[in-house]
Design a protein around this ligand. Structure first.
Ligand code: ADP
Ligand code: TRP
Length: 328
């Protein structure tokens, strides 16, 4: 690896707005791990300010924030090799957000999905939801991230971040690093139990750390069509196959593709296979998550150290931005 590739800075975040699920793992966390393994400088945080746009129960938000931090560690994000922190422990982020809003055109935010969808449903959106992408831009730009591993649903937000950084640099000089999204095609959109995108907000998830009987029930409730056992089935039109293949090696995937196409495969058998593969992948991580349940001081310490690492980069960046804008 060349020195400049090594220096690449990676950042991503997940909102602690519900329990982590397969979409979060395959669409995001798996790539977080890959970048750590490659020896990059990595910042992985919990977007609790963003979560305020949907969670309005203080106790629940606090529990989800600490719980998701424990999830990160159990999933293998090694705190000695990356910074794990809570967004609100980095007060510089809000400061940068304000500075960025002053170069952000209204039209750019009016086109963003979350805000537009809410208006289209006839609901009134609050300013937090409208400004959400600017806060996200601040999260990313504040550590000079080059690459941002996310699922497909965040692509638009990354484009907005690039636009905002570009507007800023045009006015004030080359201060901000323009980041790129990293979205591997195979995992860009993980379908939920109902075939739509899996999401905490759609009640269609398969969770990473729910009790085993709940996970089993979630897997066995993935939608299927009414094809008979003997019928050949098109793998490319099946949510079940799309979920199954996430866990498979290439040979395993070829085996299942063939079984789908040849007929004689029942959906129960596929669901049981998904459950077994799920346990193969997550069994040890789930055991580690249970242990972490009893170590809240350790998680607090991980978050404290993570915020300290992130602030070392964020402080100088914000000072540079202020200076460029004429703020003493
Ligand atoms: P949710 O939609 O469940 O609230 P988040 O918005 O917190 O999840 O997403 C956290 C990360 O996980 C983001 O990078 C997002 O793109 C990714 N992600 C979430 N759901 C999926 C999915 N179904 N497929 C692929 N990636 C996903
Ligand atoms: N908006 C992201 C999501 O819902 C979470 C997020 C906030 C994020 N800030 C970020 C992701 C910065 C990547 C980079 O999934």
């Amino acid at each position: 690896m060349t020195d400049s590739a090594k220096k690449q800075t990676i950042l991503s975040g997940i909102q602690p707005s519900g329990n982590l699920h397969l979409g979060n793992y395959f669409g995001a966390v798996q790539q977080f791990l890959q970048f750590i393994e490659e020896g990059r400088e990595c910042f992985y945080f919990l977007a609790n300010y963003h979560a305020l746009t949907s969670v309005r129960d203080a106790g629940r938000l606090l529990n989800l924030t600490r719980g998701t931090a424990a999830d990160y560690v159990a999933l293998g994000l090694d705190p000695s090799k990356c910074a794990i922190y809570v967004q609100s422990d980095l007060p510089e982020v809000c400061e940068l957000q304000w500075l960025l809003t002053t170069v952000t055109p209204m039209g750019l935010l009016e086109r963003c999905h979350a805000y537009k969808d809410k208006l289209q449903k006839g609901l009134s959106a609050d300013h937090g939801l409208f400004a959400y992408p600017v806060l996200m831009a601040a999260d990313i730009l504040i550590v000079r991230a080059n690459r941002v591993p996310v699922g497909q649903d965040q692509k638009q937000h990354l484009e907005v971040t690039r636009d905002i950084a570009g507007y800023f640099n045009n006015i004030y000089g080359d201060v901000l690093t323009i980041p790129e999204a990293y979205i591997p095609e195979k995992v860009a959109v993980v379908p939920g139990r109902d075939g739509q995108k899996m999401s905490k907000s759609y009640n269609n998830t398969i969770e990473l750390f729910a009790p085993e009987d709940v996970v089993k029930q979630q897997i066995f409730s993935i939608v299927t069509d009414s094809a008979a056992l003997k019928d050949p089935k098109d793998p490319d039109r099946s949510a079940l196959y799309a979920i199954l293949k996430l866990f498979c090696t290439e040979e395993e995937q070829a085996y299942w593709t063939d079984r789908f196409r040849s007929g004689g495969l029942g959906y129960r058998e596929v669901k049981q296979a998904i459950f077994d593969l799920y346990m193969r992948t997550f069994g040890p991580l789930r055991a580690r998550r249970l242990e972490l349940e009893n170590q809240p001081e350790y998680i607090d310490e991980v978050l404290r150290q993570g915020a300290e690492k992130a602030r070392k980069v964020a402080g100088p960046l914000v000072r540079e931005v202020r200076a460029a804008m004429g703020i003493p």
